[in-house]
Write a protein that binds this ligand. Structure first.
Ligand code: AMP
Ligand code: GLY
Length: 430
């Protein structure tokens, strides 16, 4: 099986690493990829968000499966174009990707499917925003309605900050969704969907804020771990039954079947499970941890989903160890990141047992003297992934890897999975 993976980031590097472990996968191609991906498979410098360019490349390669990594190409209709050209595609069409592309649309589907989520209202003007903020009370949750790479959400005690965020979304031509605050630990559950049936992966937890102790602005995600030893035993089954399957059923009934990963971002509140958000793709950086443990051949699983042939009874096989990943980001991220800094220590980190480095914002640069080096080229630069016997072991291996790697202005959180390792995560009881 020849697989083409679209996207430039750490999630795509992790997907490619897992595909290469599948004995049925004979060839993997990436577009556009990054320096880490280019070290393991051929990369193609196309605009992966362009339906025409993606289809032309799939035709030239005669690909047997195309996996679309990020949300931008999905919302831009890349999966639609590839399907029309006859390719099996893992990733939803643009209409189904609206589950991620529009928070208001996601709320509408959740209402129709009876999926538990935060109370919310859509606002198009400042007066409505003020009414909603006062109705829900603090902490205030204000979300850009459109795609914002994880950075469009402000959660704050400060009413003026909430109002200012809404205004900046209006100024950019967007509307906002205002929500009740959900209190409780967050979980990401990825559910593989074939349009009708659903197969859940292992739950993970992400760390959204830039600084330790969940301080500072939201990012795309600064680290993750899996599995979650503190979760109730029936958690995954309950999310599939109450969230994923009803959503997939409603999408199928509407004639916009969902094929790909339904990413369920959840909060465990005192009143039970609530959906915080849906995404239409694998999460980043959770995927780097989740797929590190997956033993079931990934290419065959994604091809079955793309062809509408999951049998719904798949039992996935997992490495029994724990996976932790720590994201290293460029100076000033999640603001405009500094780029072009040479990264040192990549090989030393990779040489550690149980450690691998998944690249995100990296590129290979040739100096005047002809030597090449890997330099930073984005906000989140890489994730150091480690497998260990338990959370303590996996954390300590991941941070040993992080300590080998450096560039000017590199930043990372020191507390990824720390609370879980110390047994300090409280699941509110009903
Ligand atoms: P989203 O892009 O919707 O996932 O939001 C990004 C992050 O903001 C989430 O991972 C949560 O940490 C936080 N967040 C979003 N919505 C809520 C909510 N209703 N209550 C509490 N925190 C939220
Ligand atoms: N880690 C959050 C996301 O992928 O949206």
């Amino acid at each position: 099986m020849k697989v083409l993976v679209l996207g430039p980031g750490g999630r795509e590097h992790a997907i490619i690493a897992a595909l290469l472990r599948d004995p049925a996968v004979t060839e993997v191609h990436s577009a556009p990829g990054n320096a880490g991906i280019a070290a393991v498979v051929p990369t193609h410098a196309i605009d992966a968000n362009s339906p025409e360019e993606a289809t032309a490349l799939a035709e030239r390669l005669d690909a047997d499966l195309i996996v679309v990594g990020p949300e931008a190409p999905l919302v831009a209709g890349v999966a639609d174009a590839l399907r029309e050209a006859g390719f099996p595609v893992f990733g939803p069409n643009a209409d189904a990707a609206q589950l991620e592309g529009s928070k208001a649309f996601a709320k509408e589907i959740m209402a129709e499917a009876n999926v538990p989520t935060a109370m919310a209202r859509v606002a198009h003007d400042a007066a409505t925003v003020r009414d909603c903020l006062d109705a829900f009370g603090a902490p205030y949750v204000v979300k850009d309605d459109g795609l914002a790479a994880g950075k469009g959400v402000v959660v704050t005690q400060d009413r003026d900050e909430a109002l200012a965020h809404a205004q900046s979304c209006f100024d950019a031509g967007s509307s906002v969704v205002i929500e009740e605050f959900l209190d409780g630990p967050e979980v990401s559950l990825f559910v593989i969907c074939d349009g009708q049936r659903t197969v859940p992966l292992s739950p993970a937890q992400d760390f959204k804020r830039i600084h330790d102790d969940d301080e500072g602005p939201n990012t795309g995600g600064m680290g993750a771990y899996t599995p979650l030893p503190w979760l109730p035993e029936d958690f995954t089954e309950e999310v599939v039954r109450r969230v994923a399957q009803p959503t997939v059923d409603v999408m199928a009934d509407r004639g916009t079947p969902f094929v790909g990963v339904l990413y369920c971002g959840l909060a465990l509140t005192r009143r039970g499970i609530r959906v915080i958000e849906f995404n239409a793709r694998f999460g980043d950086p959770e995927t780097q941890a989740v797929l590190a443990r997956l033993k079931t051949p990934l290419g065959q699983l994604l091809l079955a989903a793309a062809q509408g042939e999951l049998d719904g009874r798949e039992s996935l096989r997992w490495d029994l160890r724990t996976a932790v990943d720590v994201v290293m980001a460029a100076e000033n991220y999640p603001g405009t990141p500094r780029k072009g800094d040479e990264i040192s220590g990549l090989e030393e980190a990779e040489a550690l047992e149980g450690v691998s480095v998944m690249h995100a914002g990296t590129r290979r640069e040739r100096s005047l003297s002809g030597t090449t080096s890997v330099v930073t080229s984005g906000g989140r630069v890489l994730a150091v992934v480690a497998l260990g016997e338990d959370l303590d072991d996996a954390r300590s291996r991941a941070y040993k890897g992080v300590e080998k790697i450096d560039w000017k202005g590199a930043q990372y959180r020191r507390d990824i999975a720390q609370k879980a390792a110390a047994g300090q995560i409280q699941v509110p009881t009903l």
